[in-house]
Design a binder for this molecule. Structure first.
Ligand SMILES: NC(=O)CC(=O)C(=O)O
Length: 295
């Protein structure tokens, strides 16, 4: 594992998870997110996390309409312009959930991370697209409109080394393991699980990622909107500690969670259970698994 110790004996801070209601009105969504971030910062949050797709309805028809060209700068991306400005003015780190991103003729589901000076530190494009079919329950095919990202994202911030995944990315333990091996303290997954998989999988996956890798996991979902006839999010944004313990969570309504992160807990748990040293990489590796899967 890469040496990331210099961060975590020092770091103890409040995280804010803004489980936002999202409407079809983009301007309203941006103003609303801004207010929630300001309130979280007022309550002491040094890191604020937003939900997956917070400026647009979560729908293939909406992604092209609400998409913004993030690389073209502030004028063409009102959502990220707001995040940058509020991070700078409040001197906080923001893991900006995700928005539909337009880049040339492609669309991505993209999370931007802003530093305390408002600079864009990292951009994570959802790597594993949400293509599932549970007949009679839920069918969704993000790949109808979106292109998958190609790069795992680990970013150094004032509040530690953060690995980013978006929603379906949480199902892939290998990505979380890679982030842990790169010295991440915290994995942030903006996500919008659904009413079929959410009750069974959402908390389970977060706790699994945290306990397997002995680090913090934070998730942030949109609030549930069962009225609009669109995608219904499970909600339940959560912070999990490195022993797999749920430190803070909420139900499905709009809410902001403020909770304490203390990286000394990672050191403690890694001393209690020295899994990194005990792993038998000589007996099993991802290369072996992939070779067998492809046979
Ligand atoms: N919406 C997602 O990307 C993931 C999800 O709902 C699931 O994995 O279930």
């Amino acid at each position: 594992m890469q040496n990331s110790k210099q961060f975590y004996s020092l770091l103890q801070f409040k995280i804010g998870l803004c489980q936002l209601s999202v409407t079809a009105d983009k301007e309203r969504n941006i103003a609303h997110a801004r207010l929630a971030i300001e309130e979280a910062a007022e309550k002491g949050a040094k890191l604020v996390v937003l939900p997956e797709i917070w400026n647009s309805p979560y729908a293939n028809e909406s992604f092209p309409v609400y998409a913004e060209d993030i690389d073209a700068g502030v004028d063409s991306s009102p959502s990220t312009a707001m995040l940058s400005e509020v991070a700078r003015s409040l001197k906080i780190t923001i893991v900006g959930g995700s928005i539909p991103e337009r880049c040339g003729d492609k669309l991505y589901n993209t999370c931007c991370v802003f530093d305390t000076d408002g600079k864009l530190k990292a951009k994570h494009r959802k790597i594993h697209l949400f293509d599932i079919n549970i007949p009679g329950k839920i069918t969704f095919e993000e790949s109808k409109t979106l292109t998958a990202g190609e790069t795992p994202t680990v970013v150094d911030t004032d509040v530690g080394r953060i690995g980013i995944g978006i929603c379906y990315d949480i199902r892939f333990q290998e990505l979380a393991m890679l982030y842990a091996a790169r010295g991440a303290h915290l994995l942030c997954y903006p996500g919008a699980f659904n009413m079929t998989t959410g009750p069974l999988h959402w908390e389970l996956l977060q706790r699994a990622r945290a306990v397997d890798n002995q680090l913090y996991v934070a998730t942030c979902s949109p609030a549930r909107d069962a009225e609009s006839g669109g995608y219904v999010a499970w909600g339940h944004s959560t912070l999990v500690g490195p022993f797999g313990e749920v430190l803070a969570t909420t139900e499905h309504d709009e809410a902001t969670i403020i909770a304490e992160v203390d990286y000394s807990q990672m050191e403690l748990r890694r001393t209690n259970l020295p899994l990194q040293k005990q792993r038998r990489g000589d007996l099993y590796s991802l290369v072996d698994v992939q070779r067998l899967n492809s046979q």
